[in-house]
Design a protein around this ligand. Structure first.
Ligand code: DQA
Length: 149
């Protein structure tokens, strides 16, 4: 059972603009509204969640490095850093706790450069294209992974 475990939900650059930013791609929910839905599911699943968002790669790396001190798993939407950040990938590998990569949009249906993820190779798995449900499925995946361990 993963009951009582703490899970960190991390969001990368420009995700603070969800709701306003290209709603035809990312939907109309704000990050705050998405986080409330995650919180509701977390309660049902019996886990605790904490939320952090940053537009800075270094800040995300710092939080991932420290995550094992407080958290059992990470759900991360690395946003544009997905396609550029070896530093975030290395931090996830170094942290060594189960990490699930999520995306609001289906990155494989969009520009070619979004089809490559530096993060995927360090994550347990990736969920993309389901809007807010990508986060909810990501949380379920993290809890399932912790229940296995
Ligand atoms: C995103 C997809 C990325 O390609 C993009 O840079 C984002 C958001 C998503 O959630 O669909 O900022 O991670």
């Amino acid at each position: 059972m993963a009951t009582g475990k703490r899970i960190l939900v991390l969001n990368g650059p420009n995700l603070n603009l969800l709701g306003k930013r290209q709603p035809e791609i990312y939907g109309s929910l704000t990050l705050e509204e998405i986080n409330r839905e995650i919180e509701t599911l977390a309660k049902e699943l019996g886990v605790e969640v904490s939320f952090r968002q940053s537009n800075s790669e270094g800040e995300l790396v710092g939080w991932i490095q420290e995550a094992p001190n407080e958290f059992a798993a990470v759900v991360i939407n690395p946003a544009a850093y997905t396609h550029s950040s070896i530093a975030i990938r290395d931090a996830i590998t170094a942290a060594g706790i189960p990490t699930i990569e999520v995306h609001v949009s289906n990155v494989y249906k969009r520009e070619e450069f979004r089809s490559h993820s530096y993060i995927a190779g360090a994550a347990i798995g990736q969920i993309a294209g389901f809007g807010v449900n990508s986060y909810l499925l990501g949380l379920r995946a993290a809890v399932a992974q912790l229940s296995k361990a």
